[in-house]
Design a protein around this ligand. Sequence first.
Ligand SMILES: NC(=O)c1ccc[n+]([C@@H]2O[C@H](COP(=O)([O-])OP(=O)(O)OC[C@H]3O[C@@H](n4cnc5c(N)ncnc54)[C@H](O)[C@@H]3O)[C@@H](O)[C@H]2O)c1
Ligand SMILES: [Zn+2]
Length: 401
Amino acid sequence: MPTDAAAQSQHAMHHTEVLDSAVAPRFAHRVRFTRGALDTANPALRALFASDPGIAARRAVVVLDAGVAAAQPDLAARLHAYLDAHSGAVPAICEVATVPGGEDAKADTRVADLVVDLVERHRIDRKSFVIAIGGGAVLDAAGYGAAIAHRGVRLVRIPTTVLAQDDAAMGVKNGINRFGKKNFVGAFAVPFAVLCDELLLASLPDAVYRAGFSEAVKIALLKEPAYFARIERDAARIAARDLDAASPVIRRSAELHLRHIVDGGDPFEANEARPLDFGHWAAHRLESMSRHAVSHGDAVALGLLLDCRYSNLRGWLSDAGHARIRACIAALGLPTRHPLLADSGALLAGLEEFREHLGGRLTVTMLRSHAPADGGPEHFSGFEVHELDAGLVARAASELA
Ligand SMILES: NC(=O)c1ccc[n+]([C@@H]2O[C@H](COP(=O)([O-])OP(=O)(O)OC[C@H]3O[C@@H](n4cnc5c(N)ncnc54)[C@H](O)[C@@H]3O)[C@@H](O)[C@H]2O)c1
Ligand SMILES: [Zn+2]
């Protein structure tokens, strides 16, 4: 038995002073939608910088998606002209660097390294800017570079795909792929501003354009029955690229993603549940299995179909509800089958990858039907499960192969 004195001295030696604190920084997340952002008469881009009294001394480097540069060859010149016309109220542009677009931008550290180099070469300080223009992949890779240079220089995102406008650019994270795994390296970082211009979408190939609506379907199913009904109603017009039908759907998706991130209480994803990743465990795996031949948006469409069929097989989602969701995804011109889904073993290996990426227990969102009392159309809600029945996943996947 230790004596009282010995116990006391041991206690003193092991004394731990506890300074634990909650860190709750506040960020402004500026998000704007406009048309014709680079028309010199449009004040939207200039207005992004209005909160900065030192703007006249700020500099910017621009990272431009090569796919956009090829499809809109006058874009860099128009950006120069805009910034020249508003000189003193916007940052001075030092260089426009064109980088590979699509998932290649996230394949290695080249784009992020280039951003770090540009920051050094042009003396971009932490109050100055990286302006990234492109699809979600270029925004993710350039955003990662901007987040690590000087531990974070200001990032302005100008998204140029449907998916980047209705989802990716709203996020407060960036990333690149490594070890054949999506977004293995990256950081949480709130952008300085996001400016969406629907006219920039005009040059998108049809498949890239349509792929972006899978994220709109995802968030509509989880958050807003009337919004899902609108997408169902207008799906054919959206697929035919009727902007009157598509623009409100893109904007609402962006807003619902933004609201979830800003008001959901977990912007940096510390919790186990990540409802915005509905349909994504299989989607990320399918992208990697296909070596990115399947785009993120297409993979999300297939991942949603898989998890909806699984929910249906488990008795959570009605046959009618399942049929409606399938029909909506098909009417949007999104894929409803892929041969790689025949390999359910390889697919299921993605579950552990997904769990590791989120941390903690496996948490996957599934869908449930609710029959309304008044006899109207049923609606849906997401809920979390912590294990999946491998046999039923294999059955659902084989039907989509
Ligand atoms: N950070 C986040 O919160 C978040 C959220 C969702 C998705 N993402 C990521 O976004 C990526 C997918 O982004 P995406 O769907 O925008 O596709 P993408 O960035 O892969 O771009 C697809 C293709 O379109 C081209 N392109 C882009 N804009 C164009 C335009 N206006 N005209 C002609 N061509 C154009 C690109 O060069 C590329 O070849 C994935 O890597 C995904 O993981 C990130
Ligand atoms: Zn996604």
